[in-house]
Every structure is written in C-alpha cells, then in structure tokens.
Write a protein that binds this ligand. Sequence first.
Ligand code: S3P
Length: 173
Amino acid sequence: MKNIVLTGFMGTGKTTVGQLLAEELHRQFFDTDQVIEEKLGASIKEIFKKIGEPKFREFETETIALISNLEDSVISCGGGVVVNPENVKNLNRNGIIINLYASPEHIFKRLYEYDTRPLIKQMLNPLEGIKKLLAQRQKAYEQCAFAIDTDNLSPEQVVKKILEHKLVKDILK
Ligand code: S3P
C-alpha cells in the first residue's frame, strides 16, 4: 500500500502528526531528518554547521530516494524536501504527499524557543524571514495532493482530518 508522506514548513507539526498517524495505522514511521541525523551521527544543526546546506540537501535527496522505495509507511519530510522536483517525483511514485500548513505567526510562535532550525537561526528578523521563505516555497507546497491548515488544530485533530480525506481513504481501502 502507498506511503503517506507529510510535508510543509518547519514547525507545522509533521513529526508529531506523523508519529501519531503511524501509531493509528500500525505503520512504520520515518522522519527524513532523523534518518540523516542517525546516518551522520550529528544533529541537523551540527550538520549545517559542518558541511553546509548544499551538502545536507544531497544527503536529503539520497535519503528520499531510499525511503521512497518503502511501502505501507508514514514519512515525515524536512520542510525543504519538496523544493527539489526529484524528491517530489520519487515520493509520488508510491505515496501521497500531504502539506501541513501553518501561518507565519503560528510557525514563529512554535519555533521561537527552539534552537534546532539553522535556517531560522540565521534570520535577522525571523517572522519576516519565515514569511519570505514560505512565499518562496508556496508553489512547491501547492503541488501536494491536499493541504491541511494546522493553525487551530491539535496534532490529534490533524490526524483525524488526514484520515477523513477521500484520497487517504482510497489508499487505505
Ligand atoms: C528545513 C527543515 C528542517 C530541516 C532543516 C531544513 C527546511 O526540517 O530539514 O533544518 O529547509 O525547511 P523540519 O521541517 O522538520 O523542521
């Protein structure tokens, strides 16, 4: 059966929702950032610092190519994954890609206290930076099968919405 793939900007709850969804469906769960962290033995923050973003993106694309071969899984992707059309092509081969959306203000609130997102860390004005990056990536996120606005939903409610969607019901038949 097809994979259920979650994407969306940083701070939209992909990992939490993905874990809950995998539990609910008794499926395996993969988070692309966690796979990369385990492979390189370092946190995303350290990886960005040591090898830089372009090299990180290469590892990310390799990871997506491997993970896309799986079946019956729930996969949460780093927020930049769908920007590369090669990743989208691979993930779509045996999966449905769902975009978790949140407004810049919510993303800012959710990420504010964390020091784990190097792209946010380097922004002089994080709220403005989030708005800009979100706008740059909008087209990439829009290619997904469908989107869920997570602003006023708990992770459990997001899971419920995913499971209620016709496209998801169809692949779970
Ligand atoms: C990134 C998102 C992060 C991580 C890295 C880059 C991005 O993942 O892959 O910091 O480019 O949006 P999360 O979306 O899980 O935070």
